[in-house]
Ligand binder design. Structure first.
Ligand SMILES: [Zn+2]
Length: 450
């Protein structure tokens, strides 16, 4: 293990003991003395004559969890990124669901839904959920093929930084500094799919001395604790060779199809790929196809890219047209607003609730009108079809200087009930509110303010 891996392992151990502190762990009820618990899950998914070594109840956040340890088990305990197996344990005809399988030191712990009535029964029938396991194996073997493909396409600086895989998808984190390009992703996907189609047989070496594994060029993985002997997984000696304790397909062809579904950054210099294989890939492709069919039928078009681009063009044209019409309407309003000019306490004022609601058009209107009038205060109220109000105030420079008026202060005081007040400078300010019903009153209040 490299230094980084060692630190990560240490950190993991610390986190684990912190978590343990929040748990109430019951004592083991020991039925049999078994120093070593055998994991047989590489070769079989079912075992008819396992025996209970011990069991206990653990209370996590007030919820009881039941743990059973067998002397031999086909259940894979969570590790190396691979999820723990689920399945059933049968005690004297009573079926108990295994919700998860975890490792604790050398023990394989079956987390079960409840403890069986006859836990003392000498034989337990243990059966792993085979379809879930096979899909998980597909995803695990695919991460090995992916790792090798990334090193081929991006370079040997690519190193695994973490992984997660279950029966539905796989996630692979690795050292690399840039976002992968579409072309790189396509190349990687293509290599992995080619390796799948070559139907390469799994070569598995168990209990290999670590030195031998190193000499044969096996990749050592981040965060893994390696013993004196290791398990080496090879798919084509010249392509992928990793030390790994996880479960794999016997032939790469079983993976079926590999599809990358996401690329993102997780930390500085660490990228993350998400992908699906086998049934997960089938489902992914089907979902994509259904989406495309739905879009095609909505757009009533065969060429989707062209249809969407046409829609965008049309939308742009319509927006421009709308803008022009709003501006025209605003220009029409200017004449009648000029006629509404009054004088309050010696200050020229135009105060009106406008029939338009485009904030930009209103602003333009206020500035244009102000230029056409003697120094004045212009106050506009408007409301959107959704019932939101907007108060706009424009004050001529001369009034700001001579009378000490301030548009920002004014909107703030007039729109006290508004939810959003833009504190503007002295010459121009707006306030947006959720309630348009107070608009007339607010505009009328401008007179009193002056
Ligand atoms: Zn592995």
């Amino acid at each position: 293990m490299d230094e980084e891996g060692f630190k990560a392992a240490l950190e993991e151990q610390k986190t684990r003991s912190r978590k343990d502190a929040q748990k109430e762990v019951g004592d083991w009820e020991v039925l049999r003395d078994e120093a070593d618990v055998a994991f047989l899950g590489y070769d079989q998914l079912e075992l008819r004559d396992a025996q209970v070594v011990k069991y206990r109840t653990v209370v996590v956040k007030g919820q009881p969890q039941y743990h059973i340890v067998l002397n031999r088990t086909p259940f894979y305990p969570e590790g190396g990124g691979q999820v723990g197996d689920t399945g059933i344990l049968v005690f004297a005809g009573e079926k108990i669901r295994v919700l998860d399988t975890k490792k604790e030191n050398n023990l394989v712990i079956h987390v079960v839904e409840k403890l069986p009535h006859f836990i003392q029964d000498p034989t337990v029938h243990a059966e792993v959920d085979a379809s879930k396991r096979h899909l998980t194996e597909s995803n695990h073997s695919a991460t090995h093929l992916l790792h090798a493909a990334l090193r081929k396409v991006l370079g040997t600086h690519v190193q695994q930084k973490g992984s997660y895989l279950d029966d539905k998808f796989l996630r692979f984190d690795f050292a690399h500094f840039q976002k992968m390009t579409d072309d790189e992703l396509a190349q990687v996907e293509h290599i992995v799919n080619e390796k799948i189609r070559q139907n390469i047989a799994l070569e598995e070496a168990r209990n290999l001395p670590i030195e031998e594994a190193q000499q044969s060029g096996a990749m050592m993985l981040f965060g893994e604790k390696y013993g004196e002997t290791v398990r080496m997984i090879t798919f084509d000696p010249g392509y992928s060779r990793e030390l790994c304790g996880g479960c794999h397909v016997s032939q790469t062809g079983k993976i079926g199809y590999f599809k990358i579904t996401g690329e993102s950054a997780v930390a500085a210099g660490v990228r993350r790929l998400e992908a699906v294989t086998a049934a997960g890939a089938e489902m992914y492709v089907n979902t994509l196809e259904q989406e495309m069919t739905a879009i095609r039928s909505t757009l009533k078009a065969k060429d989707l890219a062209k249809a969407v681009s046409d829609l965008q063009d049309e939308n742009k044209r319509l927006m421009k047209e709308l803008e022009r019409m709003v501006q025209e309407q605003a220009n029409g309003l200017r004449g009648s607003l000029r006629d509404q000019l009054t004088t309050v306490n010696g200050i020229s004022l135009v105060a009106a609730v406008l029939p338009i609601n485009d904030a930009n058009a209103i602003k333009t209107l206020a500035f244009q009108l102000e230029r056409e009038l003697p120094p004045s205060v212009i106050a506009f109220g408007s409301s959107s079809p959704e019932g939101k109000s907007l108060l706009t105030i424009k004050i001529s420079d001369a009034l700001v200087k001579e009378k000490g008026l301030n548009a920002g202060t004014m909107v703030r005081e007039l729109a006290q009930n508004s939810s959003k007040v833009a504190v503007g400078p002295a010459l121009f300010a707006t306030a947006g509110g959720a309630d348009a019903s107070q608009l007339d009153a607010a505009v009328a209040a401008v007179q009193e303010y002056l």
